[in-house]
Design a protein around this ligand. Structure first.
Ligand code: ADP
Ligand code: MG
Ligand code: MG
Length: 502
């Protein structure tokens, strides 16, 4: 039957939850939906309705077979049922987002910190090194850009402590091409309808409102306005393979609705048609570009020699880059690890003691593998006990981390080589699993043991030295079967979900 959660009236009262952390409520969370979970008839009917609701609501993706055409499309994978999220941790994640915005922005302006932090990494990691070279080159020439726009997504899991309580722990922060803000704006309506058809209308009030695409578009619109040219456009820089175009269209449409013109271009177009004038205004196809929004350029596979040239041209320009290359570097795993050292946050955010405390509370254990005594010790510890750690290279997009036996083998192999410094080590988060159905095209319905990752979108705009916008812009809950250690929605592992606040 019902899971013994207190019934609350409005979602504004959820923040007062006092017992969310107790062992019994953690177990109750895991048992949410048990009354319907194994009723096959009910589940089949709900799943078929859910899929149609997703299609009707525009929760769409192009297919693997035809990633660059919309003739045949499918629904983006999602959970049949929303997943339990402790309301206090949900609110904690929202409350720290503006602090993270401030922090990322501060790092992006701190050349000394980026230089020191990435010095060893760029000796062994070619991708980070190339980004860094563009960064220094642009600084040497002098920045033409004076308006800065950051769109990031800080991701968390709920770590189950030895005493059975849960704590919010940051997995990473994505400062470039953070996706699914568009599609997930539509997940809520689907889950609301599923709960209704299951006779759970009351429970539907536990799903918090969410519309990241609007928040992201407001940031882009503000940057466009401050750039100050009515006829200039916003350029979405997109990949060659565009399976997730509908996610981007959600944000695009919000801009069109504000009468801001959007164009979609690839690095190749920039290389072939892009140019700068004397004031380093960016033109493409004869149109001036006010804002470049990267949904591309975050992994080595996105680049060939021409694309690196195009990236340099964009970075040299006066256009607002979202993100500029410094902000992309601020999102590297190496930077994340250095932030966890005592005193680093205080140095980066002087006079912001409360922000520093809120940020630090979300940190899991992070360890440098730089050559030297400290790194030697950590490498040995992880080789002895690989299941307590995750080994992370400087990569994005899911599927790059190493766990367990594989972690041990790789670390054994590189433990005395400088290659070790291209990785960082992180404590492995152990969340409380719960059961759900993962709805994915051409996949049979079955109950999966799942864990979730909560992301909060952050948006900020800075003009010169002045922060003119600093906001959280909604959330993303992604859920995956426990047997997959790694991988996001785009990687075909996680699916879209909605938090059910308890
Ligand atoms: P990426 O930039 O590739 O998304 P992440 O740091 O987010 O890199 O790692 C990818 C995935 O690996 C995460 O979505 C999460 O599922 C898993 N993961 C990462 N770090 C940890 C951790 N410390 N504990 C448990 N799982 C983790
Ligand atoms: Mg990432
Ligand atoms: Mg990630």
């Amino acid at each position: 039957g019902k899971v013994g959660l207190c019934v609350r009236k409005g979602w504004e009262t959820w923040g007062q939850a006092g017992d969310f952390c107790s062992v019994s409520s953690v177990l109750a969370m895991a048992a949410l939906w048990e009354d319907v979970l194994y009723n096959e008839l009910v589940i089949r009917e709900a799943a078929s309705l859910a899929v149609d609701a997703a299609l009707l609501g525009g929760m769409l993706m192009r297919t693997e077979e035809e990633p660059n055409a919309s003739d045949v499309v499918n629904y983006a994978p999602f959970t049949l049922l929303p997943s339990a999220v402790p309301s206090a941790l949900f609110e904690q994640a929202y409350a720290v987002q503006q602090d993270f915005n401030l922090l990322v922005d501060a790092i992006s302006q701190n050349k000394e910190f980026l230089e020191c932090t990435l010095a060893n990494t760029i000796k062994v990691d070619d991708f980070t090194a190339r980004l860094f070279r563009i960064y220094t080159q642009v600084l040497e020439e002098g920045l033409a850009q004076s308006v800065f726009l950051g769109i990031n997504r800080s991701d968390y899991m709920f770590d189950r402590g030895a005493d059975g309580t849960l704590a919010l722990k940051q997995i990473e922060i994505n400062t470039i091409a953070a996706s699914f803000g568009g599609l997930t704006s539509r997940t809520l309506a689907v889950h609301r309808q599923v709960l209704k058809t299951l006779g759970k209308s009351e429970e539907a009030s536990h799903l918090p409102p969410n519309n990241p695409s609007k928040g992201l578009a407001l940031g882009i619109a503000k940057a466009w306005e401050l750039y100050g040219s009515q006829s200039a456009v916003v350029m979405f820089l997109v990949e060659e393979v565009q399976r997730n175009i509908f996610d981007q269209r959600c944000v695009e449409n919000e801009l069109w609705n504000r009468n801001i013109r959007v164009i979609r271009k690839q690095f190749r177009d920039v290389f072939e048609q892009g140019s700068l004038d004397d004031a380093r205004r960016l033109y493409i196809d004869g149109q001036e570009v006010a804002v470049v929004y990267y949904r591309e350029g975050y992994v080595p596979q996105n680049y060939n020699l021409q694309n690196w040239e195009a990236r340099l041209l964009l970075e040299r320009s006066r256009a607002v880059k979202c993100p500029d290359i410094a902000t992309q570097l601020a999102g590297t795993k190496k930077v994340q690890q250095e932030l966890s050292r005592p005193g680093t946050l205080e140095r980066l955010l002087p006079g912001h003691a409360e922000s520093v405390a809120r940020i630090r509370a979300t940190f899991a254990g992070l360890y440098s593998l730089d050559l030297g005594e400290e790194g030697d010790k950590m490498a040995a510890t992880a080789i002895a006990d690989p299941d307590w750690f995750v080994l992370k290279p400087q990569r994005e997009g899911g599927g790059n981390n190493l766990y367990g036996e594989e972690l041990r083998q790789v670390l054994e192999k590189i433990k005395d080589s400088p290659e070790r410094t291209s990785y960082i080590l992180m404590d492995k988060i152990k969340p409380q699993p719960s059961k759900n159905y993962l709805l994915r095209a051409h996949t049979p319905l079955k109950v999966s043991e799942c864990i979730s990752e909560l992301g909060i979108f952050g948006v900020y705009v800075r003009q010169g030295k002045e922060m003119v916008m600093n906001k959280s812009a909604g959330h993303l809950l992604r859920t995956k079967a426990v047997e997959h250690a790694d991988g996001g929605v785009a990687a075909g592992v996680a699916v879209l979900d909605t938090p059910y606040l308890v």
